[in-house]
Design a protein around this ligand. Structure first.
Ligand code: COA
Length: 201
């Protein structure tokens, strides 16, 4: 298959605290050692693969395609702190579906906001895409706040199956949890960027 998109050349400008570069095979050995993920906030997603065959599948499915982008997030000392993915990249409608996962011991240090700002600048400014969407569990309050801080707004919601042991009275009923559908448009992002840089002057 000839790829239209040169994902290895998908260079995101560095942020203030960290930088994102296209994921490399050797990064997976590092990520596979992160603590297992059984967090109900992130359910129903399956944990990162651990065995070699699944790791190879994961890597191939993210790099050998025009429909996905994956970046590794590294801190100022070149230590891996997370990864960011864009799935369902639709070059015609200029849309994508965003996801982020940071190491559990590198949360609340500003890396989420900084790395996503860089990726969204890249998406809207460099690649001239139109829309970025995502979905997030209402149990994941920190992530919802982060997305709101970046300018995402809620368009609706859908229900996603959740393991019985993760159910929380009032928010997840009959084995389902509510997921918010959020998005931001190019003109909204560029307008926010202009206001932020004017304030910084
Ligand atoms: C969600 C996630 C990406 C946030 O990244 P982070 O680096 O921890 O967040 P930041 O330090 O950049 O915080 C930016 C803003 O997000 C909000 N926020 C982040 N975590 C929060 C928390 N636990 N509680 C409340 N607000 C939170 C705040 O508004 C914060 O701004 P402030 O510092 O001015 O208050 C990170 O926690 C993570 O990877 N979690 C595990 C995976 C996950 O849940 N991914 C999202 C699935 S949709």
């Amino acid at each position: 298959m000839k790829l239209i998109f040169a994902w290895k050349a998908d260079l995101v400008a560095p942020g203030k605290l960290c930088y994102c570069r296209p994921v490399r095979w050797e990064d997976l050995r590092h990520m596979a050692k992160w603590p297992r993920n059984d967090d109900p906030k992130e359910a129903p997603y399956t944990d990162f693969p651990r065995d070699m065959a699944s790791l190879e599948n994961w890597y191939r499915s993210r790099t050998n395609t025009d429909y996905k982008r994956t970046w590794t997030v590294l801190d100022e000392r070149d230590k891996i702190v997370g990864r960011i993915g864009i799935a369902l990249v639709d070059a015609i409608r200029k849309e994508g579906l965003l996801s982020i996962r940071l190491r559990a011991d590198r949360l609340r240090m500003g890396y989420g906001f900084d790395s996503l700002t860089s990726v969204l600048n890249h998406w809207f400014d460099t690649l001239e895409m139109q829309t970025m969407s995502l979905d997030v569990s209402i149990l994941n309050i920190g992530a919802v706040k982060l997305y709101e801080k970046l300018g995402f707004h809620v368009n609706g919601y859908h229900w996603v199956p959740i393991a019985r042991r993760h159910m929380v009275q009032g928010t997840s009923e009959a084995g389902f949890v509510r997921y918010l559908d959020m998005s931001i448009e190019r003109d909204e992002w560029l307008a926010r960027k202009k206001t932020t840089s004017r304030k910084a002057r």
